[in-house]
Structures are given as C-alpha cells and as structure tokens.
Design a protein around this ligand. Structure first.
Ligand SMILES: Nc1nc2c(c(=O)[nH]1)N[C@H]1C(S)=C(S)[C@@H](COP(=O)(O)O)O[C@H]1N2
Ligand SMILES: [Mo]
Length: 196
C-alpha cells in the first residue's frame, strides 16, 4: 500500500506551494538531535506499548513481520526547514494499535537515550503516523533515528521521536522534553503552533 499525506497534495497546493507559513525548503536532510546518537543493535531492540492494562512488545523480527507501508510526505521542523515529498517505509500506528486496548487519550513517546514527546492518540491513528524504519529506500541511518523512529508528518518534526523505544498511554496530556522547554503541546505547522 502507498500513502500520500495531505501535506503533499491536499488543500489545492502543488509541490512548490506546499510550505507552511514561516518555513523554507531544505535540500539536504539536517540532523537535529539533542544529545548523542544512540547505537542500538536490532538484537536488543524492542518496541513496547504500555497501557493501563499492561504492556505489548514486539521484537525487531516481530516488528518486521507486521504489514509495512510506503509513505510519501512532507516534513516540517520548527527551526523553519521543510522537506517535500520524502519517502519512508514503516508500520502504521493503526496496525500497532489493532492489538491494543486503552481508555486513555494521550501518548508519551519514549526514545532510547531519554527523549520524550507527547501526542494525542487521535493525532496518531487513521493513517497519520508510522514507526518508520526506511528512508529513501535504505534502512534508517542511526543519526536520523534508526533502527526505527516515529513519523508524524502532519505535526512539527520534533514530535517524530527518533530511536523510538515505546509508547506510553496516559489519561492526561503531559509535556515531553521539548514541550517542557517551551515548545507547543500540539505543534501544527499550518497554524504555526511553534511555542507556548
Ligand atoms: N530521540 C530524539 N528524537 C528526536 C529529536 C531528538 O533530539 N531526540 N529531535 C527532534 C527534532 S527537534 C527534529 S526536527 C527531528 C529531526 O530529525 P532528523 O535529525 O532526522 O532531521 O527529530 C526529532 N526527534
Ligand atoms: Mo526540530
């Protein structure tokens, strides 16, 4: 299956008009990491979703057996760079959450290395988010979040946690790392929800 998210073709824009307010086009792929790049062996990698009911984990092999999708999408960093039409491969959060039951509405994404970011569950379902493990046809580089990162392209890119380790369901919206440091709780680039 292939998905083209609304930032790419929607709202009557073509590729060249696809920049949210205040953004400029990046030709390269900037690396933005707070802290060192963790080196994670896929033998030791697993992905966990923790709910009020318990935990569900996938090993790397189990994760790769899930249905994966090709995604073409624009990405927007709060530091004003965007890239249009980037190509990824990943597992939809819809697929991961098929196996999950929860009454909680909010998610904290946790990364290897300690980074966190908060997102409402309804911003992650219905084809809006993936756990991505390939970029432009290659396994994801460690500096861009490999083995796997969250990809939530309709929100500013700080919500796309690199080196994703787990998703924790929460009853309330609790700020993650950058959100505690002044970034917006929601982060819609089309509304310029950059800071508080
Ligand atoms: N674990 C982790 N994830 C992270 C970050 C980080 O510092 N640590 N930076 C965020 C920010 S601010 C951005 S813009 C993107 C950058 O992703 P890139 O380095 O692949 O361009 O990753 C996001 N995810
Ligand atoms: Mo960013």
């Amino acid at each position: 299956m292939s998905f083209i998210t609304r930032g790419f073709t929607g709202r009557g824009r073509d590729r060249d008009e696809g920049l949210p307010p205040g953004q400029t086009l990046a030709r390269d792929f900037p690396v933005l990491s707070y802290g060192p790049t963790p080196q994670i062996d896929t033998d030791e990698w697993d992905l966990t979703i923790r709910t009020e009911q318990g935990t569900h984990s996938w090993s790397w092999d189990e994760f790769l057996q899930l249905d994966a999708e090709d995604i073409t999408t624009d990405i927007h960093c709060v530091t004003h760079w965007s890239k249009l039409g980037t190509n990824w491969r990943g597992v939809s959060l819809d697929t991961l959450f098929e196996e999950i039951e929860t009454q909680h509405d909010f998610v904290m994404a946790h990364s290897f290395g300690g980074y966190t970011t908060n997102i409402a569950l309804d911003e992650l379902l219905d084809g809006q988010a993936w756990v991505a493990f390939e970029y432009e046809g290659e396994l994801l580089d460690a500096e861009h979040g490999g083995p796997a990162r969250l990809l939530v392209p309709h929100l500013y890119f700080w919500k796309s946690a690199k080196w994703l380790r787990g998703l924790e369901m929460m009853p309330d919206d609790v700020p993650g790392f950058w959100e505690q440091n002044g970034y917006n709780m929601h982060g819609d680039p089309w509304r310029e929800e950059r800071y508080w």
